[in-house]
Design a binder for this molecule. Structure first.
Ligand code: GAL
Length: 369
């Protein structure tokens, strides 16, 4: 049973009880005006008692509402795939917060397959979950996902892959909680600007880089790619892109791309930008295998602040990373979900809630470990 609906029904029932009691009391007191005063008083007392009882019932119903949604509500969570380093941290945080609050939580692995995830969403709807938290497999599937949850009337929080404001405006019980990926790209560029030679290790007047991209369908990959380089060009730096390839957020792909590019471009590569840390860890393996030394003859930056990356930043094997705050986003997603369960709706253009990224250098890396 969907609690939000149950809750509304319970609240309605008790409101009706109050108004019906009120009607009943005036009805019974109407003829009493012409009857004996004692009978009038008795009727009034009876009516007052009934109204009091109705009020108590309403208070009880309100308490039940609180209990039902806050503890024992059932939440369906869809993750685009379990085999993703950052989303593993995120989903664990989400599950812990939800279970800590007494919700019954079911988390599904979309296995990077949108059709599979669509089935999971439909199953959750059939089971009557109270709310959904969805990390879409494909941003391009947002329209369909939104139409499905709207049709079922299930309050929904989208996470990690941001649809457009226009797409979200179709359903007012839907909100996106995530980060503004432009910010993370800019911070990656700033990490390079903060190095002693601003990324120009060989002093030839330009910063030559390779870009290892996440899944390009994802706005995080698009913005990080664009804004990391933009931070350099905005600072008046000349850049040269030696290569740009998709590594799909994957460590092994990051390693392969870096290995091939290091073999191809050798010392020409001064900076390796990776759209996330897992690919940066892969790139680091290739850098070390090629006998290069980060922060001496090459710079390397990622995003996420995975534990492994924080260690490498501290050890000087990564120039820096950017905290993608999994805990903050998970807490924000649950907060937004509870607001929706409490009846809040979101106006068009106000359906994105952002958590800030944080630049991570050897100086502050320990704060996040
Ligand atoms: C990004 C994150 C990546 C990957 C991706 C999945 O925000 O930086 O590591 O998890 O989300 O969509």
């Amino acid at each position: 049973m969907r609690l939000s609906r149950k809750v509304t029904a319970m609240a309605l029932a008790s409101m009706m009880a109050v108004s019906m009691m009120a009607c009943g009391s005036s009805d019974s007191s109407a003829p009493a005006t012409t009857a004996a005063p004692a009978a009038t008083e008795a009727a009034k007392t009876e009516a007052a008692k009934e109204t009091e009882a109705a009020k108590e019932a309403a208070t009880e119903a309100a308490k039940e509402t609180e209990k039902a949604v806050g503890a024992g509500g059932s939440i369906g969570v869809c993750i685009y795939k379990f085999d993703d380093a950052f989303m593993t941290t995120y989903r664990n945080a989400l599950q812990e917060i939800l279970e800590g609050k007494g919700y019954t939580v079911s988390v599904m692995d979309g296995k990077n397959d949108q059709a599979e995830q669509n089935n999971q969403i439909n199953n959750f709807i059939t089971q009557g979950v109270d709310a959904l938290i969805i990390n879409p497999v494909m941003t391009s599937a947002a329209d369909q996902i939104i139409a499905t949850v709207k049709d079922a009337g299930v309050p929904t929080v989208l996470i990690n892959r941001e649809p457009t404001a226009d797409q979200m405006s179709a359903y007012d019980k839907l909100v996106y909680v995530g980060c503004d990926a432009r910010q993370s790209g800019t911070m990656q560029g700033e990490l390079i600007l903060d190095t002693p030679n601003k990324g120009d290790i060989n002093g030839d007047g330009k910063v030559s880089y390779i870009m290892i991209q996440g899944d390009p369908e994802n706005v995080d990959a698009q913005y990080r790619t664009e804004f990391s380089v933009k931070a350099l060009t905005d600072a008046g730096i000349t850049v040269e892109e030696l290569d740009l390839q998709r590594g799909d957020w994957d460590r092994n792909k990051g390693q392969e791309i870096a290995q091939n590019d290091l073999a191809k471009f050798g010392d020409e590569i001064e900076v390796i930008f990776c759209n996330n840390d897992d690919m940066a860890i892969g790139a680091l393996q290739a850098i070390q295998a090629a006998g290069r030394k980060v922060n001496e003859d090459i710079y390397l930056v990622g995003v996420d602040a995975l534990d492994a990356a924080l260690n490498e930043v501290v050890n000087g094997n990564m120039t820096g990373t950017v905290l993608n705050d999994a805990n903050g986003q998970a807490a924000g997603a649950v907060e937004a979900m509870e607001a929706l369960l409490g009846g809040k709706t979101y106006a068009a253009g106000e359906q994105s809630i952002y958590v800030d990224y944080v630049k991570v250098t050897p100086e502050n890396a320990a704060d996040f470990q």
